[in-house]
Design a protein around this ligand. Structure first.
Ligand SMILES: *[C@@H]1O[C@H](CO)[C@@H](O)[C@H](O)[C@H]1NC(C)=O
Ligand SMILES: *[C@@H]1O[C@H](CO)[C@@H](O)[C@H](O)[C@H]1NC(C)=O
Ligand SMILES: *[C@@H]1O[C@H](CO)[C@@H](O)[C@H](O)[C@H]1NC(C)=O
Ligand SMILES: *[C@@H]1O[C@H](CO)[C@@H](O)[C@H](O)[C@H]1NC(C)=O
Ligand SMILES: *[C@@H]1O[C@H](CO)[C@@H](O)[C@H](O)[C@H]1NC(C)=O
Ligand SMILES: *[C@@H]1O[C@H](CO)[C@@H](O)[C@H](O)[C@H]1NC(C)=O
Ligand SMILES: *[C@@H]1O[C@H](CO)[C@@H](O)[C@H](O)[C@H]1NC(C)=O
Ligand SMILES: *[C@@H]1O[C@H](CO)[C@@H](O)[C@H](O)[C@H]1NC(C)=O
Length: 627
């Protein structure tokens, strides 16, 4: 703390004594809205390549706004590693940002022709044109002129939905003059309504004049434009977040009312979101892989985990290699790859092999594989997956280690995550496919709950944890949070204080009391089924003030059966057997029961869905529904 405040004082001090120098980059101003004209000389096309270096590491800012309000959504939009984003912004990968939160996105900026750019692929959404992509989706981080200039085949003013375009994001590297003054970064800051140089410079702890000078002394600032912030050090989330609310009282006694318990819970979630993630990622390596630290009873070892995080050098190569040998002993079926093999398989982890997040597509011995880079404990996932051989659970085939990261090699599911298919990017699943997928997931979960020894809870069932193979059969993946119920009293229930998971999918008893049981997965399965039926993201369905099943039953009660039609994913049109929809709705309702005991066992859901599937197949045949 003291160190940081003296550091910012130092930065402030440094900037106070800057001598005015000539402007470095022109401010884009209102040219962003003047699409038809290129504005060659006013940086409408981008910041000029006038820096000391032709490329540099820098940071863009972005204001979280649905649907881009989670680390994963923002990382996907900017094609950057979610792990890097979550680390840099000091948040967990799964907890959503508040709307309008200033998020930093690390990018590599380099000269492309006359202009600095960070080029990112983007799939055009329905109804978007260049102006909307530049101003609304990317919030001014690019301009319609730059997008148009980038297009290969003019006239390309009309772009089509699902077309993949390259988006040149506005970034810049310091000029020689700036470098000489100690400036190492020019952060592309997004101006918002009401911003002044004073406000912005205070946010970043720099001198207002230095910001103004770096941008050609603009007189007026306009929202949805970029302003370069000259910085010595990478920006810090500490600078840009308001002081946190006073800490919640320690949860020693059980909360009295459900309202206060919720308040407590959200506060805890907020406070622990990042910590819990870091705990998962960091501390277990420390405790289990290295096995030098004695076990502690209290699971909330926040400071411990931060220490673990700050000392990655303790995870030495040798120890990790020992661990590799150790796991290959237990897991005979698991191949230990030389990292060179994985580099070869993924073309050196090139962008063309990148799938999503930290997952790459590789070709090993002619077979496709998914290779996931992980900085954290993998022993649980390995211990679990090596015991499982089930067609509805993703198969782990190998592992590798390099420079502090683990690499897990999985079977390749060519149709990718279910979320890509239900939230409709021009992709579409038939009714019967949806039921088949639901049945596959239920079967996989039933296996985990009842046929592994000890039994397991997945704890992170959601549409992006379900992968689809070439035949649209589902495989459960993302076992990073899974845990066994071994050693728990009654074999089924346990308590935890690590609240980790995905908001909206987490069962109330888990969020409120940390109760872990297979019924968590049943709840999440209900949410998943609801998403599959409606084509709507849980983020949209979730209302933190209202339990999902209440909201859901209210809709059904108010509007009766007719409303079912309104609920259905419009991409299915009329092509679904309305007589079966009621049954599925009833499963959803029972899975979303507040009382975990009232939720069905996965086994019952499997039986139910198998009947629904066979009826649906009959319906499909007799109605000649095309797939
Ligand atoms: C750099 O600084 C020198 C003198 O301080 C000035 O003459 C020159 O124009 C500056 N260059 C740029 C690109 O601002
Ligand atoms: C900008 O460059 C384009 C293409 O070279 C040219 O057609 C246009 O006239 C230029 N506009 C200005 C204002 O210089
Ligand atoms: C920037 O480039 C370096 C080296 O090519 C790479 O390691 C790093 O991941 C890149 N960073 C981002 C944010 O793309
Ligand atoms: C840019 O986007 C914002 C918010 O998305 C909107 O309020 C504003 O009107 C847009 N500006 C233009 C010129 O379209
Ligand atoms: C892009 O801008 C540059 C610089 O003004 C210009 O020379 C080039 O012709 C433009 N390209 C397109 C496709 O508009
Ligand atoms: C642009 O749209 C028009 C109709 O809106 C269409 O006729 C034309 O082919 C499109 N041009 C391109 C290059 O796609
Ligand atoms: C420019 O490149 C040099 C050497 O390649 C490096 O030491 C320096 O940090 C770079 N400067 C910036 C601002 O990135
Ligand atoms: C990260 O967030 C936690 C609380 O969520 C806070 O205690 C910690 O100081 C933050 N770290 C940094 C570097 O901002």
């Amino acid at each position: 703390m003291a160190f940081l405040s003296s550091l910012s004082a130092l930065i402030l001090f440094t900037f106070c004594f800057f001598s005015p120098s000539t402007a470095q980059q022109p401010y884009v101003g209102l040219t962003t809205t003047d699409c038809p004209n290129q504005h060659n000389s006013s940086s409408g096309l981008g910041y000029f390549c006038n820096g000391r270096n032709r490329s540099c590491q820098t940071y863009l800012t972005f204001r979280s706004t649905p649907p881009y309000n989670t680390v994963s959504a923002i990382s996907a939009l900017f094609s950057v590693d979610p792990f890097e984003v979550s680390q840099f912004n000091n948040v967990s990968e799964t907890s959503p940002f508040e709307t309008d939160h200033l998020v930093f996105v690390p990018v590599n900026c380099s000269c492309s022709g006359q202009f600095y750019q960070a080029n990112k692929p983007y799939t055009v959404k329905h109804g978007e044109n260049y102006l909307i992509i530049a101003n609304n989706t990317f919030q001014g981080l690019t301009t319609c002129q730059a997008l148009l200039n980038q297009s290969v085949n003019p006239p390309a003013a009309n772009i089509s939905t699902n077309q993949i375009i390259s988006v040149p994001l506005r970034c810049a590297c310091p000029t020689k003059n700036q470098s000489d003054l100690g400036i190492n970064y020019l952060v592309s800051y997004l101006v918002r309504q009401g911003d002044t140089f004073l406000i912005i410079s205070q946010t970043f702890g720099v001198n207002a004049d230095s910001v103004s000078e770096a941008n050609d002394l603009p007189e007026t600032l306009f929202p949805f434009t970029t302003l370069l912030i000259p910085l010595e050090n990478p920006p810090s989330t500490r600078q840009t977040t308001e002081p946190p609310p006073p800490p919640p009282p320690p949860p020693t006694s059980p909360p009295t009312s459900s309202k206060s318990s919720k308040t407590w819970l959200y506060a805890l979630l907020g406070a622990l979101g990042g910590c819990a993630f870091l705990l998962v990622v960091g501390s277990i390596i420390y405790c289990r892989v290295i096995r030098k630290r004695k076990e502690k009873g209290d699971p909330i070892l926040v400071s411990e985990s931060f220490k673990a995080r700050e000392k990655p050098e303790e995870k030495t190569m040798e120890e990790s290699e020992d661990f590799l040998e150790h796991i290959s002993d237990i897991a005979q079926s698991l191949k230990v790859y030389n990292f060179k093999e994985l580099k070869l398989a993924t073309d050196d982890f090139s962008a063309s092999c990148w799938i999503k997040g930290s997952v790459y597509r590789g070709t090993i011995n002619g077979d496709l594989a998914a290779i996931k880079k992980i900085d954290g404990d993998i022993s649980k996932e390995i211990n679990l997956l090596q015991k499982i051989n089930h067609s509805n659970v993703i198969r782990l085939s190998g592992v590798s280690f390099n420079e502090g990261y683990w690499y897990l090699v999985y079977e390749y599911a060519s149709n990718g995550p279910l979320s890509d298919w239900i939230f409709n990017n021009g992709k579409f699943l038939t009714w019967t496919q949806r039921i088949q997928i639901a049945l596959d997931v239920a079967t996989g979960l039933n296996y985990l709950h009842s046929f592994t020894n000890p039994s397991h809870v997945h704890k992170d069932i959601k549409s992006s944890s379900i992968l689809l193979d070439s035949d649209f059969r589902a495989k459960i993946a993302n076992f990073g949070l899974a845990r066994s119920t071994q050693g728990e009293s009654e074999g089924q229930f346990s308590l935890t204080k690590h609240i980790v998971g995905t908001i909206g999918y987490m069962a109330p008893e888990y969020m409120e009391n940390g109760l872990v049981s297979p019924k968590l997965d049943v709840y999440a399965f209900g949410v998943l089924l609801l998403e599959m039926l409606t084509g709507k993201d849980v983020g949209v369905l979730y209302d933190e003030n209202k339990h999902l099943s209440d909201a859901f039953s209210a809709v059904l009660k108010d509007e009766g059966q007719e409303s079912l039609r309104d609920l259905m994913d419009p991409s299915m049109g009329e092509n679904y057997p309305s007589e079966f929809v009621n049954f599925v709705v009833r499963i959803i309702e029972s899975c979303l029961e507040k009382n975990p005991e009232a939720r069905p066992h996965m086994d019952e859901i499997v039986q139910f869905l198998s009947r629904t599937l066979s009826n649906s197949l009959t319906w499909e045949l007799s109605n000649n529904v095309s797939r």
